[in-house]
Design a protein around this ligand. Structure first.
Ligand code: ARG
Length: 462
């Protein structure tokens, strides 16, 4: 025996205890753990497995612990491995043998899966609420600046004029799909593993339908092995959060671009900007940048859990303890990003003149001039060529299409008549896109009504 073995072993034990513990993370699931234990105890009593008195003592003891935790009067012991041990240990210290009966027909394996599903459901609902708040902010700005015209882009080059309301509603639709993904993740979590015990079920006459219903789950999970090993619901949550973060990164990228001197389309409110410690003139879109940056960590959380689950054999393995930290982080991050983005969008100032000034550059009427010819019978390909020549002429002269004379137009095609002038009006050009889903004001008004109807319907799903 090495001289230092006693001391070394003690050191290693203390270290591995900390290495193996999940309490610093899963203490956030105390309310779910207590709810699960209360449902389990009352079902055990109803099934005659424990006495009604024991079940009452357990429920009262757990309520006391919850009250203490919420009052900040409960000191978690760092030597407890996880929230399940911490609460059960404290319960038994408080109420004695009744507490020691709680874990009958139950394992931490079904317990942790139950807690995590309850937690995931609650976080999905909270995220859906914050998602709605951001969509409301987008719709409000779209209404406030309904008719504002800005250049629409492809390849970040001026393409065709679009309404700002149309542009903002595109984000409302993206976020509407994110809401659906969050709702789907909540549905995936909405199945109860409790009663699967360690992996195979139990010999006690447990009523799994009763505990599932008592905890507000729509159903018990029909296979005990699957019940304790399935973490798909967290992948669903992480994927939904990742996609939404990517959408937010796109929105924020535009907010950042639009608030540059080069664009000058918007000014962020002071509450959503920062200054520089050295350059007194600066007003930086820090929070938009931060939201854009945080998409990286949320996608990382998704990747981490995918890799943790890869090749994992049935049933419970300690690897699964790694599931919660990333999921909690992703939910926290997305929640903050939604709230920050909602405030930023709601308070930004829009500069319609700057948008219009840019829309006047870059020959945004070109497609419509070609359409004008095509509608008069010229094949579109040929019309495209004619307008190409006109654009070239403008480039040489350093002017725009609406600076050309009728004679300039007619030199390229005799189909041009005096009414070409009104074809060059950007507002008219945007408005002429009357197809379903187009940027014409009538179509956008219809679209706005659909977005508002979706907001109302989604609010009822919280
Ligand atoms: N702390 C564990 C986790 O989060 C709880 C389940 C532990 N079960 C076990 N058999 N070690 O996954």
């Amino acid at each position: 025996m090495a001289l230092w073995s006693g001391r070394f072993e003690e050191g290693v034990d203390a270290f591995t205890q900390r290495f193996g513990a999940s309490l610093p993370v899963d203490c956030k699931l105390y309310a779910q753990d207590i709810a699960g234990s209360k449902a389990h105890a009352s079902m055990l009593a109803a099934q005659g497995v424990i006495s009604a008195e024991d079940a009452q003592a357990i429920a009262a003891g757990l309520d006391g612990i919850q009250a203490d935790i919420e009052a900040g009067a409960f000191a978690f012991d760092v030597n407890d491995e996880d929230i399940h041990m911490a609460i059960e240990g404290e319960l038994t210290r408080r109420i004695g043998t009744a507490g020691a009966r709680l874990h009958t027909g139950r394992s931490r394996n079904d317990q942790v899966a139950t807690d995590t599903r309850l937690y995931a459901k609650a976080r999905c609902t909270q995220l859906m609420e914050a998602n709605l708040e951001l969509r409301h902010a987008l719709v409000q700005q779209a209404q406030a600046h309904f008719d504002v015209v800005l250049p629409g882009y492809t390849h970040l080059q001026h393409a065709q004029p679009v309404l700002l309301s149309h542009h903002l509603l595109a984000y409302a639709w993206m976020l509407g799909r994110d809401f659906e993904r969050l709702a789907a993740a909540r549905d995936a979590a909405d199945a109860c593993p409790l009663g699967a015990a360690a992996l195979a079920g139990t010999t006690y006459p447990l009523d799994r339908h009763a505990t599932a219903a008592a905890l507000g789950f729509s159903r018990p999970i029909p296979n005990s092995l699957d019940a304790v090993s399935d973490r798909d619901f967290l992948l669903d949550l992480l994927y939904a959060a990742s996609v939404s973060c990517i959408h937010l990164s796109r929105l924020c990228e535009e907010v950042i671009l639009w608030s540059t001197a080069e664009f000058g389309f918007i000014t962020l409110s002071d509450a959503f900007s920062t200054g520089s410690s050295i350059m007194p003139q600066k007003k930086n879109p820090d929070f938009a940048e931060l939201i854009r940056g945080k998409s990286g960590r949320v996608v990382g959380d998704l990747m981490a859990l995918l890799m943790t689950l890869k090749s994992l054999p049935l049933a419970y393995n300690k690897d699964l303890q790694e599931d919660k930290e990333g999921a909690i982080d992703a939910a926290d991050t997305l929640y903050d990003c939604y709230r920050c983005a909602a405030g930023m969008v709601a308070t930004m100032a829009v500069h319609p003149e700057a948008m219009m000034a840019q829309a006047k550059k870059g020959y945004l009427a070109a497609t419509d001039v070609a359409d004008y010819l095509a509608k008069k019978g010229m094949p579109f390909r040929q019309a495209h060529e004619v307008v190409g020549h006109l654009v070239l002429l403008c480039e040489k002269r350093g002017c725009d299409l609406d600076d050309l004379s009728l004679a300039d137009f007619q030199a390229e095609s005799s189909l041009f008549e005096a009414d070409i002038a009104e074809q060059l009006d950007l507002r008219r050009i945007a408005d002429a896109r009357t197809t379903f889903g187009g940027t014409g004001s009538g179509a956008v008004r219809e679209q706005m009504a659909a977005v508002e109807a979706a907001l109302g319907a989604d609010a009822a799903r919280l």
